[in-house]
Design a protein around this ligand. Structure first.
Ligand code: GDP
Length: 393
């Protein structure tokens, strides 16, 4: 009997379990959490621009859909300096304006009916006035005289051709004017030292050169080692900020050599391509200051060789600039000349005399106060500017 009751109970329990599982199956599985569909970030439509009533007679303007303004960025926007290739071509007209008188003067003389002794003397005077220097002037006039006579050249076109050829050979069309601004073989930055007398445009040239390098894709660190002139470091900093170049500067009157050293050290750590060092506008007559420049160079060289030492000369100072240059070359190994303010001088002949006297190539020229008014020197473009298009007879 007990066994019978146990069997009946077991059957009842079994039926109950079956009934319950059927019920659950009918209701379905409990829901799992589905990920919400992603929220689509739609561009908020900007507020409609104020509707301006059209003037009588004009058709109603199309509605303008303004793009949302970009979020405000706190860092100042950087300039995009102009690419260097072709810069001189752009600046040529400015150069022609200041230098064209030389070409016009020469053409006027050479196209006279009779090229007598007096005329050739006038040609010489014209070249000397343009600061060509005595040696180069004598050589050029002799060559022109010979060619005019031997080749029987008289037409304006012929004269233009020989004048262009002879000027180009004096300036040196094949001279290496490249700037060594790429990192050294060991990966440390190229070091460029910028020297020159106060007021020649040294700091400005440093700033412009930083732009030239940035335009060519380089990274630059500036060293404000001109602690002599109060505003120089601020001036340089402003130039740097405009193109994203950092600066190492020290207190006013501080030791320029240690700032220069620190600039090279920081440039090496930051792995920049070029460290550009502005130095004090030392007066070449003051021996102490020249000694200091020598010290700046020696101290830098403990950290790494100076790759390029650019001497900035003001073209408006004429032959005096050549005298200055010579003094600098005795203290530092000048590798290139930067001739500034060629826009404000009719003395383009200084390019010839400075190169000839010192055997150092002009590598850059400054032709204005604008930030991109510095161009790599190209002999052909320069001679064409010197002769000027309008000078063709
Ligand atoms: P620094 O004392 O040698 O460092 O001379 P600055 O860089 O302060 O320049 C002296 C003045 O020369 C500034 O007013 C510059 O704007 C100006 N300057 C520099 N380069 C040129 C140039 O190529 N053309 C002209 N017109 N002015 C220039």
């Amino acid at each position: 009997m007990v066994l019978f009751l146990l069997i009946v109970g077991a059957v009842v329990v079994l039926l109950g379990v079956i009934a319950a599982s059927v019920l659950v199956a009918r209701r379905g599985t409990p829901p799992t959490r589905q990920p919400l569909p992603p929220v689509l970030h739609r561009r908020e439509r900007p507020a409609a621009p104020p509707v301006v009533a059209p003037e009588a007679g004009t058709p109603p303007a199309e509605p303008v859909v303004q793009e949302p303004t970009a979020p405000v960025v706190q860092t100042p926007a950087l300039d995009t300096p102009e690419k260097t290739s072709g810069r001189l071509a752009r600046l040529r007209s400015r150069l022609s304006r200041s230098q064209g008188t030389l070409g016009r003067g020469l053409f006027a003389l050479l196209s006279r009916d009779v090229l007598d002794e007096d005329t050739w003397e006038e040609v010489e005077d014209t070249l000397l006035t343009a600061d060509m220097g005595v040696g180069a002037t004598t050589e050029l006039v002799q060559k022109l005289r010979t060619r005019v006579r031997v080749e029987s050249l008289r037409t304006p076109e012929e004269l233009r051709v020989i004048l262009r050829e002879e000027l180009l050979s004096l300036i040196g069309a094949d001279v290496d004017r490249s700037l060594r601004t790429l990192p050294k073989a060991d990966g440390t930055p190229a070091v460029v030292l910028v020297v020159g007398v106060n007021g020649t445009g040294k700091t400005t040239t440093c700033g412009k050169l930083a732009r030239v390098l940035v335009a060519d894709g380089r990274t630059v660190l500036l060293g404000a080692a001109d602690t002599f002139r109060a505003a120089a470091a601020d001036q340089l900093q402003t130039w740097g900020e405009r193109v994203g170049a950092s600066i190492v500067r020290g207190p006013e009157g501080g030791d320029p050599a240690s700032i220069a050293f620190e600039a090279v050290a920081q440039g090496t750590t930051a792995k920049v391509d070029t460290v550009l060092i502005d130095t004090a506008g030392r007066l070449h007559t003051k021996t102490g200051l020249m000694d200091e420049l020598g010290k700046v160079k020696r101290v830098i060289e403990r950290k790494g060789a100076v790759d390029e030492c650019l001497l900035v000369l003001d073209a408006t100072t004429g032959q005096n600039g050549v005298v200055q240059a010579r003094v600098f070359t005795e203290v530092v190994d000048v590798t290139g000349i930067v001739l500034t303010k060629l826009d404000g001088s009719a003395k383009g002949g200084i390019v010839v005399s400075v190169q000839r006297e010192l055997g150092i190539p002009v590598k850059l020229i400054g032709v204005g106060e604008g930030p991109d008014d510095l161009a790599p020197f190209e002999a052909e473009a320069f001679v064409d500017a010197l002769l000027g298009d309008e000078a063709a007879l």
